[in-house]
Design a protein around this ligand. Structure first.
Ligand code: F0G
Length: 422
């Protein structure tokens, strides 16, 4: 499989899009993730995603017009970026003859796994989720696609520990982002961003940090492209934690953990985890997708920061939900974890770390419909619902709420309401 001499050669594949593997936004770049022969690749049309300039969101972040881009990964078949990685992991699972594939999940990995398994029923999906810990949109996908769904009495970190314990014994193929093939697939998100920018690197990539698979994959993608001489410049990476699940932020920005090949700093990580245990500190954020205190890709992510001269920030649930509402009125939509990128970019802009003329790409990792509870609670007039779902997480106000208007079932009242509010 010869490698194209320049990235723009990949565009030629688009002319052959009647071939599903050229249509796929992942396998179009097969030469840059050449671990499987063509005839073994599993695809359901993933990676048809979009990079869009957003004027409203750009203004909210504090950038000059035309400088804020949203990479909308919610357009994937299961509604999140996970499909980029799942197509690759699932391909490998079939290559090794797996009969069961398993994951622990905050929801999107399980939805994606269940969908790929439904499309390819020789591999059965088994998902481990924290009980009451995943958003309804995501749970409904795992159930509807026929995945065996185990609701563990605990949170994501507990579910992750358990799936790692039992998977080898039961011969289950693990598709969490500890799986290196997942990360190979997720590299293509960056290839598509570059493609949309006519193969020029932006100044910043901003991504939410949960299990830290995405940021690790992005670092690997840029490091390989540079090494192959396919790009001149590597963008800077900003990884955004939720303040209630901020292990990466604490270690990198507060305790100065850095990458070194000897891994000499890494006892600091164990020390941090034992402090979490001592304080019985559990992850807690409305952005349930990134409600993770023990990210499995932590070490790879530190390396990605090194490659991309990266920074880490943490944003509150209030900042996340306000940013999410801005993305919604800005012409796209996303779930709370994705909006952490916009809140994080805004913070970095305020700090002056991001300049007003920098070209900034925020990765919207999951679709708006994934978490209707968070969205409805923000816009609701029902104070009790607001308090229960959001107030309990320190959210005090909904500055950008679009309240539903209650109207009697009467023609005149309805007409008046439309005239009053538009
Ligand atoms: N955004 C969304 C919508 C996610 O679902 C996740 C992770 C992330 C961001 C964080 O990405 O782990 O690569 O740092 N969701 C996982 C899951 C953990 O189980 O669905 P990451």
């Amino acid at each position: 499989m010869p490698l194209p001499s320049k990235l723009s050669d990949f565009q030629l594949k688009w002319e052959q899009r009647d071939d599903p593997l050229c249509f796929s936004g992942v396998w179009r770049f097969h030469e840059l993730l050449p671990f499987a022969p063509r005839q073994q690749l599993v695809s359901i049309g993933e990676g048809q995603t979009l990079l869009q300039v957003s004027a409203n969101v750009g203004q909210y972040v504090g950038l000059d017009p035309g400088h804020l881009y949203l990479q909308y990964e919610g357009l994937n078949p299961s509604g999140s970026f996970k499909d980029n990685g799942m197509t690759a992991a699932f391909t490998h699972a079939r290559m090794v003859g797996a009969k069961r594939a398993a994951c622990a999940s905050t929801g999107n990995t399980s939805a994606s796994l269940a969908l790929y398994s439904a499309a390819s029923p020789d591999v059965r999906a088994v998902v481990f989720v924290g009980s009451g810990k995943i958003a309804y949109g995501k749970l409904s996908q795992a159930l509807d696609h026929g995945g065996l769904t185990l609701q563990i009495a605990g949170d994501f970190d507990d579910a992750m520990r358990r799936v790692c314990e039992v998977a080898p014994e039961l011969g289950m193929y693990l598709v969490n982002s500890v799986n290196p093939f997942r990360l190979e697939g997720q590299k293509t998100i960056m290839f598509r961003v570059l493609e949309s920018m006519r193969w020029e690197s932006p100044d910043w990539i901003v991504v939410p940090g949960g299990n830290l698979g995405n940021c690790s994959a992005f670092g690997k993608a840029f490091s390989e492209l540079k090494h192959l001489g396919l790009i001149d410049r590597i963008p800077r990476l900003a990884v955004i934690n939720a303040a209630g699940a901020d292990t990466f932020y604490q270690l990198v920005e507060q305790r100065s953990l850095v990458w070194d090949i000897e891994l000499s700093d890494f006892p600091m990580i164990d020390q941090y985890y034992s402090e979490l245990d001592q304080n019985q500190q559990k992850a807690s954020t409305i952005a349930s997708a990134i409600e993770i205190n023990r990210p499995v890709n932590l070490k790879k992510a530190i390396r990605a920061l090194d490659v991309c001269d990266g920074v880490v920030r943490a944003v509150t649930d209030q900042e996340i939900l306000d940013a999410k509402a801005q993305v919604g009125v800005g012409g796209l939509g996303c779930e709370p974890a994705s909006a952490a990128t916009v809140a994080g970019a805004r913070l970095l802009r305020k700090e002056g770390v991001i300049g007003s003329r920098d070209r900034v790409v925020c990765i919207l990792t999951g679709h708006l419909l994934k978490d209707p509870t968070a969205t409805i609670s923000y816009h609701s007039t029902d104070q009790q619902q607001f308090d229960e779902v959001l107030g309990s997480r320190g959210v005090r106000r909904a500055a950008f709420a679009n309240r539903p208007v209650l109207v009697p079932n009467a023609r005149e009242d309805i007409m008046r309401a439309v005239q009053l509010y538009t």
